[in-house]
Ligand binder design. Structure first.
Ligand SMILES: [Zn+2]
Length: 413
C-alpha cells in the first residue's frame, strides 16, 4: 500500500459575495478533487492546536503526524535543518534577518525594511561572512541563507528573551524590541557590534550609492532549541519523501527522517514546475511508503489578496497535481490511499492565516465509500461527483491532532 498527502497551502477561505456566497475552493474548477470527494470520504482536522499561532510550520507538522504541543520549538531550528546545519543539543537557533533600521540612538529605532531591500544572496553572504569572522566563535555562529534570511546559532543563555518577526513591524517604531536584545548579556554586544560592522561594510556603501536600502542591522526571531521529533519510521513504521519549494517544510521533513526531493524549477508560486513535482512524487513512491507534496501558490496569492489568482492556483492544484498524481497512481497498479488537504485557511478577507479545522478528503483505491464491494479498483473511475470544500466537510468527523490524522491515513485506526 502506498500513501500520498497532497497539500494546497492556504486554500481554505470564507464565502465571498463576489462569488455569490461561494468560497474560492467551491468556485474554482476542480473536477478531480470533486470526483475523489464523491468516491472517498471527507473529514476535518485541527491542524493548529489551541494556543498556537496558525503558522505553516505548526500546521504542516500536524499533516505529518506530529502533535506540535509535543515537539514544536520554533521555526528557526526547522530552517536550520533545511540549510543542513546540525544544531548542538545546547544551541538556540535564531532566524537572523538582514534588515534596514533607522536608528537615532537605542531609544528611537524604526523598522524601515524587514528584508534589507530584498538584498541579493551574494551580497548577503559577504555581509554574513563578515559578521561570522568578526563576531563568531564556538558559542556564536552565523550561517548564510537566501536573500535576507540567515541563521544565528547561539550557545550562551538568552532566557526570557521574547522576539518579534520583523515583517509584522514594517515602518513602525521597534526600539522596545531592539532594547530587548541589548539587555541580554553577550547577545546584546553581538547585535550592536553587528550593526556597527554592517553600517561600515563596503557592500552597504555600494547599496546606498545605488539608492538601495542598506542591510545595516540584524534582527533575531523565530528562536528555538533543536526539536525532539521521532521520525516517521520510528513513530509509524513507514518511510517517506517530501517535495516542497519552501525551506521550512524541508526542515520539518529532515526532522521527520524523510527524503527531501529538490525539484528543478519550483518557485513556490503560480509558475512553479507542477509536472516536475508530480513526476518526482511518483518516482519517489517506488522507494518509499509515503509521499508528501506541498504546493505553496494558493497561500502566496491569498496573502496578496488576489481572488483571480487564488481561483487559478486552486484549479492548477487540481488539474496539474491531483489529476496527474491520480493517473500515475492508477497506471502503477498499486493499491494506494490518497489525502487531499490544506494546511490552514488563508482567507482573502484577512490576507493572513486562520486556525479553523481544515477539510480533507481520503480516497482509498481499494475501498469505495459508495460501494464497499468494489474492491478490485475497477469501478472507481465511474463519473460520480462529490464536492471537496469547506462547506461540504462542515459536518464531517473532526480529528483532533496530527497523530490521529496519520493513523487514519495509514489504516491504523
Ligand atoms: Zn501554510
Amino acid at each position: 500500500m502506498k500513501y500520498i498527502i497532497l497539500v494546497g497551502d492556504g486554500m481554505g477561505d470564507f464565502p465571498l459575495e463576489s462569488l455569490d456566497g461561494r468560497t474560492p475552493l467551491e468556485a474554482a474548477d476542480t473536477p478531480v478533487m470533486d470526483f475523489l470527494a464523491g468516491r472517498g470520504r471527507l473529514f476535518r482536522l485541527q491542524t493548529v492546536p489551541p494556543g498556537f499561532a496558525p503558522g505553516s510550520d505548526v500546521a504542516n507538522l500536524s499533516l505529518l503526524g506530529y502533535r506540535p504541543a509535543e515537539c514544536y520549538s520554533g521555526r528557526a531550528p526547522l530552517e536550520a535543518a533545511s540549510m543542513g546545519v546540525e544544531l548542538p543539543p545546547d544551541a538556540i537557533a535564531f532566524r537572523c534577518n538582514l534588515v534596514t533600521l533607522e536608528r537615532q540612538d537605542d531609544r528611537q529605532v524604526r523598522m524601515v525594511d524587514y528584508s534589507g531591500g530584498h538584498i541579493d544572496t551574494a551580497t548577503a553572504a559577504e555581509l554574513i561572512g563578515l559578521l561570522d569572522r568578526e563576531l563568531g566563535d564556538d558559542y556564536c555562529r552565523f550561517y548564510p541563507g537566501v536573500s535576507y534570511r540567515h541563521l544565528l546559532v547561539w550557545r550562551r543563555g538568552c532566557a526570557g528573551l521574547q522576539t518579534v518577526p520583523p515583517h509584522d513591524h514594517s515602518d513602525r517604531e521597534v526600539g522596545e524590541y531592539w532594547r530587548r536584545y541589548l539587555a541580554v548579556p553577550g547577545l546584546g554586544e553581538v547585535v550592536s557590534r553587528a550593526a556597527q560592522l554592517l553600517a561600515a561594510a563596503p557592500a552597504n556603501q555600494r547599496r546606498r550609492e545605488n539608492g538601495e536600502n542598506p542591510a545595516n542591522a540584524i534582527w533575531l526571531w523565530g528562536e528555538g532549541r533543536p526539536p525532539a521529533m521521532a521520525t516517521l519510521a520510528e513513530q509509524f513504521g513507514v518511510s517517506g519523501a517530501l517535495i516542497s519549494a519552501v525551506d521550512l517544510l524541508k526542515g520539518i521533513g529532515v526532522y521527520a527522517g524523510m527524503e527531501i526531493i529538490n525539484v528543478p524549477g519550483v518557485t513556490g508560486y503560480l509558475d512553479t514546475n507542477y509536472a516536475g513535482k508530480v513526476a518526482a512524487a511518483l518516482e519517489a513512491l517506488k522507494r518509499h511508503d509515503l509521499v508528501f507534496v506541498h504546493v505553496e501558490a494558493p497561500d502566496e496569492v491569498s496573502h496578496q489578496g488576489r481572488l483571480d489568482d487564488k481561483l487559478q492556483a486552486i484549479s492548477d492544484f487540481d488539474h496539474k497535481v491531483v489529476g496527474p498524481m491520480l493517473e500515475g497512481l492508477q497506471r502503477s497498479g498499486e493499491a494506494f490511499r490518497l489525502v487531499v488537504t490544506m494546511d490552514h485557511f488563508t482567507p482573502l478577507a484577512t490576507r493572513t492565516h486562520a486556525d479553523l479545522p481544515v477539510p480533507f478528503l481520503l480516497f482509498d483505491s481499494q475501498r469505495d465509500a459508495r460501494d464497499p464491494a468494489c474492491a478490485d479498483g475497477s469501478c472507481w473511475m465511474e463519473p460520480v461527483r462529490g464536492n471537496y470544500s469547506e462547506r461540504s466537510a462542515a459536518d464531517a468527523e473532526l480529528l483532533v491532532d496530527g497523530r490521529e490524522f496519520l493513523s487514519l491515513l495509514l489504516g491504523n485506526d
